[in-house]
Design a protein around this ligand. Structure first.
Ligand SMILES: NC(=O)c1ccc[n+]([C@@H]2O[C@H](COP(=O)([O-])OP(=O)(O)OC[C@H]3O[C@@H](n4cnc5c(N)ncnc54)[C@H](OP(=O)(O)O)[C@@H]3O)[C@@H](O)[C@H]2O)c1
Length: 339
């Protein structure tokens, strides 16, 4: 089979396309013929050795993907062969990510994909949708699970609604019944956040964004999902309601976070940091169930008309796909593995 691998941390040029034997599923695993591989910032960060040195001599990158189960290991229901699935965290703590014609994952990390749902949706779910789910389920007053109506009466502010995670926040929050406001940096991105389903979209580079958010949410925002905590904390606190939650999954731009302790005490702010890897298996399993339900409801479509343009590359150009993600491509970067 064709597989993309890297043996040393470094720039995109360390990625090579090679021929390898098909992996054999171990007990409890399934093997998936990958149709589409999804690329996330964490994939190039892992390749570059940003967070930690690599743990295996040779690694096939990418956590997310979608395809068809073609073999199962001992203990896995053989009737799963032929099932269409989406994959999450394929390369987490393992050397076998989705940038290959076949990959193996624990059976629970291959989630059934409805017949009417395309592989592009499946490959776009993992990191963005599970992160968005976590960000929306850590408020003091709940909910801990998402379903239609779970966020009724709540106001969610999705920072960076044209980003992959921001897009998933808008869609999941809308599915769960929230009023959704989103911030973006340009009219083009405003169009995308609107197409994703945001009720109000505000350009954070123009005018007085706090006043505009307050006008849209006079009682304040219940949950802010934050992609740039250092840049936006003052804005978030200016619009947060008392006992509101700021869920932060990134600090884009890298601005240091300055915390006004008194202001946060008075607001009874909940400031929740999150990363999927350490969120815990129960939290991830709950997120997977809820995201799968949203997919069945058709609530998580992708494509420009749904606010998430698709930027596609063939497997042989995986290095260019990494360059695109690292360069801040707007939308979802996907690899067509078997075209
Ligand atoms: N903690 C976790 O588990 C987790 C999971 C997934 C992703 N992440 C991290 O989250 C970040 C986003 O990932 P992604 O896949 O969504 O990337 P993406 O598609 O490239 O989106 C990044 C978004 O951040 C927005 N942004 C940057 N500065 C902003 C600001 N000051 N205010 C509002 N929005 C701002 C950008 O919008 P504008 O250009 O309009 O500003 C852009 O839409 C990355 O750093 C990634 O590593 C963390």
């Amino acid at each position: 089979m064709k597989a993309v691998v890297y043996r040393d941390n470094g720039g995109p040029e360390v990625l090579q396309v090679v021929d390898r034997e098909r992996p054999v599923p171990a007990p409890g695993e399934v093997r998936v013929r990958v149709a589409v591989s999804g690329v996330n910032p964490t994939d190039w960060q892992a390749r570059a050795g940003r967070a930690h040195a690599k743990a295996f001599p040779e690694i096939t990158p990418h956590l997310d993907g979608a395809g068809v189960i073609d073999a199962v290991g001992e203990g896995v229901d053989p009737s799963r062969v032929g099932q269409r699935v989406w994959l999450f965290m394929a390369a987490a703590g393992r050397p076998t990510g989705t940038a290959a014609e076949f990959t193996v994952v624990p059976a629970a990390q291959a989630v059934p994909l409805p017949d009417e749902t395309g592989f592009d949706v499946g490959a776009s779910l993992g990191v963005p949708a599970l992160t968005a789910h976590r960000a929306l389920t850590v408020a003091e007053d709940g909910p801990r699970r998402l379903r239609p109506g779970a966020l009724s009466g709540r106001v969610v502010l999705a920072a960076g609604g044209a980003g992959a995670v921001g897009h998933a926040v808008i869609q999941l929050a809308r599915w769960a019944g929230a009023t959704v406001i989103s911030t973006v940096s340009s009219p083009d991105k405003a169009r995308l956040a609107k197409a994703a389903g945001a009720h109000d979209v505000i350009d954070y580079r123009q005018g007085d964004p706090a006043a505009e958010i307050r006008a849209a949410a006079p009682d304040g925002v219940d949950i802010v999902t934050e992609v740039a905590l250092g840049a936006n904390l003052a804005l978030d606190l200016a619009v947060l309601r008392t006992r509101g939650t700021i869920s932060t999954f990134a600090n884009e731009g890298g601005k240091p976070v300055e915390l006004n302790v008194l202001q946060n005490m008075v607001l009874n702010t909940r400031l929740q940091f999150l990363v999927l890897y350490t969120a815990g298996p129960d939290v991830r399993a709950a997120a997977v169930e809820d995201v799968a339900a949203a997919v069945r409801d058709g609530a998580l479509p992708v494509g420009e008309e749904h606010g998430l343009p698709l930027v596609r590359f063939p497997l042989a150009r995986t290095a260019d796909a990494h360059r695109a993600v690292e360069g801040g491509a707007v939308g979802k970067v996907l690899i067509d593995v078997t075209s």
